[in-house]
Design a protein around this ligand. Sequence first.
Ligand code: MTE
Ligand code: MO
Length: 383
Amino acid sequence: SDYSQEPPRHPALKINAKEPFNAEPPRSALTASYVTPVDFFYKRNHGPIPIVDDLERYYVDICGLIENPKKLYMRDIWMLPKYSVTATLQCAGNRRTAMSNTRKVRGVGWDVSALGNAVWAGAKLADVLELFGIPKFTSTTQTGGKHVEFVSIDKCKEENGGPYKASIPLRQATNPEADVLLAYEMNGEPLNRDHGYPLRVVVPGVIGARSVKWLDSINIIAEECQGFFMQRDYKMFPPSVDWDNINWATRKPQMDFPVQSAICSLEDVQAIRPGKVKVSGYAVSGGGRGIERLDVSIDGGKTWIEATRFQKPGVPYVADDIDSDKWAWVLFEAIVDITNGTEIVAKAVDTAANVQPEKVEDIWNLRGILNTSWHRVQVRVGH
Ligand code: MTE
Ligand code: MO
């Protein structure tokens, strides 16, 4: 593969793998703002970054089980109503390094910053599909059935040099409320190359792997996508399954993200001065569920206090409120008094009362995905 034409990247990013390029921002930079600057947004790739240089000639093939397969040009997409959706994208491998530290897993190592919150803008996939005669979802018209496959331009070794691909159920794709976008903007600017220029899918509330970048075609299919990243990766297995007894067919591709949080104001082992310490970070859940509560402990999880939560400065965050961004993370903050070395812990509760699991061992899986265990940091006090 050819990595000679990669785009420039911010030098502050921590590089977890160089080719393909995988990098995340430092913790402190991650939660400095509600909307993550593009430069500091994690970059997760499986091959070289493709180059699309002629926007006039770029198109997406709409094909598969439809009456009139056709090319969709950028000008067709620009003609559709433009929607802005503030959504957090999180890699299923976020916090993998911590899972691997208890028992080795396979995959790129990530600290707690393999996620970011952006304002994505573009056309709704439901509007695009309607152009091709596929009606919008209403709860009585469709159950189960077909899938919508997204195929990229890039080439990756897991697909034997073929493109990255993934699918979502047609029900979700045609439901305007699911806010699935064909996005051409990120934070008010055209997408940059790293994040999918000129067009990517954004599937809010779902693991990042389904938000296919550099879109080449949209395929309406009868069964879910049979690609590597759907069938032999990004599936959650129990701790008893290892590489010698794995049967990929027994599990579904992971879609919604479970409830997650992490402390970003402190490193995993942090030296501090005694006194007031700021404990801040992010909390986010999948499926459009809000964050009901964020608990902080300064005694390793014996006792807890509630942190304050916010999205926009000055606007009180109310989980699942009409004015909150349902697909976006919530930032949290608690000021605590620390006199001696201890373990500080964060755990979130979403609006379905899902709680992060206490121990990473209980959710250990061979691919090291969905490490949503309580986030713990050790503080050492120096006088
Ligand atoms: N799309 C393509 N075409 N190729 C990829 O390697 N990686 C996926 C997804 N879409 C990927 C892709 C994964 S695993 C994640 S987590 C997100 O893109 C990362 O998006 P980002 O790099 O914009 O943060
Ligand atoms: Mo990912």
